[in-house]
Design a protein around this ligand. Structure first.
Ligand code: SF4
Ligand code: SF4
Length: 442
């Protein structure tokens, strides 16, 4: 059987073996949580509480403040102690953070109207998903209720569940499929019911045979098909996944809906099930704590807003001098943590602690025009050329050559024999190009 795939891509060491056999465990409740008002892309949530106020687990403490914004909830039962400003490493912005001291075990504040999805209208389901503050848990943090609200004039023909988990080291979605397959399928049926989609596909890479089998059993008799994908990075990138499964290309600057697709990650689908059928707002999620720098790697459920250092304390770190970096996410697309005092947020699917022996510091040489970066770019860009344009501040040219289409996957940097960190240049270039565009508008 030929495996489904896309053009380009790379094969970094998978390193899944560190955590893939570890069952998901619940971490103890944190003593204090720090809830960002930007736990999503879009405008910060409007704060609904003040210091001194008692809150329950799941209580709404911030209201979506704009079209692409999401509610936030207390992840413990306790008291709001202060509201401080902190940098969110994911969004790069400094925003308000609600600090809550836990005072006891959970007293839940559930979403009203939850229950059997089949008896609800699409509007009721989307309303619950919005109330629960669910966002894309694969890392994108795009509000799910917005994705589920298919605009007039557009039609969602198929739902794709992103179960590729192509990023090295991370295994939480794999474990979710092994341990929560029935609930994930319920989540898929809920999304189908709410969006009117009649056909769903679950895309899983062929390095996860146990998950493929488990999900095949769970979808038996449903209009849901398992699609086995070739193990290749970045197979889980939205456009590459859609292409591999449907052979349709999302146009430059376009959305999956332009080719009739809506895409949800495995953990997001599970969170939707928990909200609609159990009434649970998004206050906890799964994470892989992994890397050679962690003594006891594994997969865990943690409360959103727990400090990174508190999560790491549960799994233990090797000696500090051996650690190269700690990443939110995996080694290809992960964001290096400036310090471990920062809170976790809804998009945190992994913390990867890389050691110096695993990340040898490469010597960097001038570009030798070998075109390896071009061959591996899944978007068909010319990374070496884009880099020159950005460095010369030729932003107009770089935009013409597709700078904004770069998905920051890092495949070009990984493949470059000269050790050039191309993706770093593109991240900066995109920020500058956006700022220039904003200034020009004004
Ligand atoms: S892979 Fe590196 S050396 Fe080769 S063309 Fe691209 S930037 Fe230049
Ligand atoms: S140019 Fe962007 S999309 Fe292409 S390989 Fe590099 S990081 Fe990935």
């Amino acid at each position: 059987m030929s495996l489904l795939t896309f053009r380009g891509g790379v094969h970094p060491p998978e390193k899944k073996e560190l955590a893939e056999h570890k069952e998901i465990k619940f971490l103890p409740l944190p003593e204090k949580v720090y809830i960002y008002t930007t736990n999503h892309i879009g405008a910060p949530a409007k704060i609904l509480v003040e210091p001194g106020q008692k809150v329950k687990t799941g209580q709404k403490i911030g209201e979506a403040n704009g079209f692409i914004s999401a509610n936030i909830h207390s992840s413990v039962t306790g008291e709001v102690v202060e509201i401080v400003k902190m940098t969110n490493a994911a969004t790069g912005t400094k925003n308000d953070v609600i600090v809550i001291q836990r005072t006891g075990e959970d007293e839940w504040d559930l979403i009203s109207g939850y229950g059997d999805y089949s008896k609800k209208t699409p509007e009721e389901i989307i309303g619950i998903v919005k109330e629960a503050g669910i966002v894309g848990l694969g890392g994108a943090m795009f509000p799910s209720h917005v994705k589920m609200s298919v605009p007039k004039g557009k039609k969602a023909e198929y739902l794709i569940i992103n179960a590729a988990e192509c990023e090295p080291y991370i295994t939480i979605d794999y474990r979710m499929m092994l341990e929560k397959s029935v609930e994930i399928v319920k989540g898929i049926k809920i999304i189908m019911h709410a969006t009117g989609v009649k056909k769903a596909y679950i895309g899983i890479e062929n390095n996860k045979p146990a998950a493929i089998e488990k999900m095949k059993e769970a979808v038996s008799g449903e209009p849901i098909e398992i699609k086995v994908l070739k193990t290749k990075y970045p197979q889980g990138a939205e456009k590459q996944l859609i292409y591999a499964i449907t052979k349709k290309e999302v146009p430059s600057g376009g959305l999956p809906l332009d080719v009739g697709a809506i895409v949800f990650n495995v953990s997001t689908t599970y969170a939707i099930y928990e909200a609609v059928e159990k009434g649970k707002p998004l206050v906890e999620r799964g994470i892989t704590l992994t890397g050679e720098g962690i003594k006891n790697p594994g997969n865990f459920i943690y409360r959103i807003g727990t400090l990174t250092k508190d999560l790491l304390n549960h799994v233990g770190l090797v000696e500090e001098e051996k650690i190269d970096r700690i990443l939110y996410g995996g080694p290809m697309m992960g964001i290096p943590l400036p310090n471990i005092e920062l809170p976790t947020f809804k998009g945190n699917n992994a913390l990867t602690v890389m050691t110096k022996d695993i990340v040898p510091h490469k010597e960097v040489f001038p570009c030798i025009r070998c075109s390896k970066c071009v061959q591996v770019c899944p978007i068909n860009l010319m990374p070496y050329l884009l880099k020159m344009q950005v460095e010369k501040r030729e932003y107009d040219k770089s935009l013409e050559y597709g700078l904004m289409d770069c998905i920051e996957c890092g495949s070009c940097s990984f493949a470059c024999p000269a050790g050039i960190e191309l993706v770093k240049t593109f991240k900066t270039g995109k920020k500058v190009a956006r700022a220039l565009k904003g200034r020009a508008k004004k």
